[in-house]
Design a protein around this ligand. Structure first.
Ligand code: SF4
Ligand code: SF4
Length: 106
């Protein structure tokens, strides 16, 4: 399942830079986890790295986003595919810009 951050978060910013999926952002009051991006670090680490670095142990399993390991792995692969597509698209744009032609004409 995805994880969530409890209200006791002290906004220390230890977890945000460690998340391999960029799933953690500063919300209105405390840091928050995007359940669509969180894979419990499957595909990157053996255990959730945000849990490992949190000094007050306020990152917990999210009962509203229960997922088994296969689902988390599928989410990781989906995110990886999207990232690859964005990189490919960005490279194509840069190549077209370098040739000074519209996208899809180079
Ligand atoms: S468990 Fe991993 S993927 Fe999920 S929020 Fe924490 S660091 Fe990010
Ligand atoms: S590491 Fe823990 S206390 Fe620090 S910002 Fe993240 S959730 Fe909050």
């Amino acid at each position: 399942m995805a994880l969530f951050i409890e209200d006791s978060c002290i906004n220390c910013d230890m977890c945000d830079p460690e998340c391999p999926n960029e799933a953690i952002t500063l919300g209105e009051h405390i840091y928050e986890i995007d359940a669509d991006k969180c894979t419990e670090c499957i595909g990157h680490y053996d255990k959730p790295t945000c849990v490992s670095v949190c000094p007050i142990d306020c990152v917990k399993p999210d009962p509203n986003h229960v997922e088994d390991e296969d689902s988390l792995l599928a989410k990781f692969l989906k995110n990886a595919r999207l990232t690859a597509q964005i990189i490919l698209f960005s490279c194509s744009i840069r190549a077209c810009t370098a040739k000074n032609v519209p996208y899809n004409h180079c």
